[in-house]
Write a protein that binds this ligand. Structure first.
Ligand code: PEP
Ligand code: MN
Length: 347
């Protein structure tokens, strides 16, 4: 529920209401607006408690949260959440680009890609060490060796790293290496995995499932938020439709919907969203225009040799060209592409 304080309620009255709510076991979030303060409260709403709160000095009214997602919704927290990773602020006025190979394949491949995407302006390095492959005979990733290589690339370039965790039992190990834990589309409703990543308190990138509604996606985020981890980034990566011209159908309307319903940052993956390199740049520009907070893009120095997702990977030159185009689109919609600070940028 939301406790709406009266216009002009004093700081003491607000503190008193917050203290009573905590006393009754509510999890609370205070939001001080220009007009009035509202206090979001989640917990057991016994009628006697509601009456008690409603009668406190300074309280105007109590409004129930109608949406099934509570902590993920804007009713609970109207202002945007900013997830900070190093000096990168995802969900702010900066448009943040994450890039790197689909899979970590070798030290040489990863370091070459990391240097190239950094030079082009990427702020976060992606790379899978545990790969969710349709076929058990396909390359499954380098596992812990891949994580070690990601840590090495971070040391070499200064870029924070994002990598997928496939299984609850791997969460502690992956969290030791990764700056952001990625939950893949196939695992969006793996509730034990969601509970496990909540415990780490590391930022989590939650991909939308291949056949999940926006509401189910936000309910999945709710598992992580209610587990005490508030650093969640949503990622639209395309859904299954009847269309076969692209690998998936990138649902950019879901970005607008998720941004309206939720305070969480929303980024777009145009690589898995389209599956074809030639559509990655147009859909990246569109994602920026529609109001996404950033992108995650697959880049490989030699896509024809990639062990996974070569057809959708950009070359470093194509990626660099796209970054230039994004600067113009971002400026047109009142954003700017996040750039590395000058100090330390030479690493
Ligand atoms: C990936 O990012 O490499 C990946 C497997 O993505 P998704 O879970 O969206 O398919
Ligand atoms: Mn991939």
């Amino acid at each position: 529920m939301i406790v709406v304080m009266k216009h002009g309620a004093t700081p003491e009255e607000i503190q008193n209401v917050a203290a009573r709510l905590r006393h009754f076991g509510f999890d609370i979030h205070v939001s001080a607006g220009v007009e009035r303060t509202v206090i979001g409260a989640i917990g057991d709403k016994k009628p006697a408690i509601l009456e008690n709160i409603e009668a406190l000095p300074g309280v105007e009214r109590i409004v129930p949260i109608l949406q099934p997602f509570k902590l993920a919704g804007r009713e609970w927290k109207p202002e945007p959440t900013i997830v900070q990773v190093g000096d990168v602020r995802i969900g702010s006025d900066e448009f943040v680009v994450m890039a790197g190979p689909c899979a970590v394949e070798s030290e040489a491949q990863l370091i070459e890609t990391a240097r190239a995407v950094k030079a082009a302006g990427a702020r976060i390095l992606r790379g899978g060490a545990y790969k969710p492959r349709t076929s058990p005979y396909s390359f499954q990733g380098l596992a812990e060796e891949g994580l070690r290589l990601l840590a090495l690339a971070r040391e070499e370039t200064g870029l924070p790293v994002i990598t997928e965790v496939l299984s609850p039992k791997d969460v502690p190990l992956v969290a030791e290496y990764a700056d952001i834990l990625q939950i893949g589309a196939r695992n969006m409703q793996n509730f034990s995995l969601l509970r496990e990543v909540a415990v780490t308190k590391k930022p989590v990138l939650l991909k939308r499932g291949l056949a999940n509604t926006v509401e189910e996606w936000l309910m999945a985020a709710e598992y992580i938020l209610s587990g005490g981890n508030h650093q969640v980034i949503l990622c639209e990566r395309g859904i299954r439709t009847f269309e076969t011209a692209t690998r998936n159908t990138l649902d950019l309307s879901a970005v607008a919907v998720a941004k309206e319903l939720s305070h969480l940052p929303v980024i777009v993956d145009p690589s898995h969203g389209t599956g074809k390199r030639q559509y990655v740049a147009p859909l990246s520009r569109a994602a920026c225009a529609v109001g996404a907070d950033g992108l995650i893009i697959e880049v490989h120095p030699r896509p024809e040799e990639a062990l996974s997702d070569g057809p959708q990977s950009l070359t470093p030159a194509q990626f660099s060209h796209l970054m230039g185009e994004l600067a113009a689109v971002a400026a047109a919609v009142g954003r700017r592409v996040a750039q590395a600070a000058r100090v330390g940028a030479s690493r």
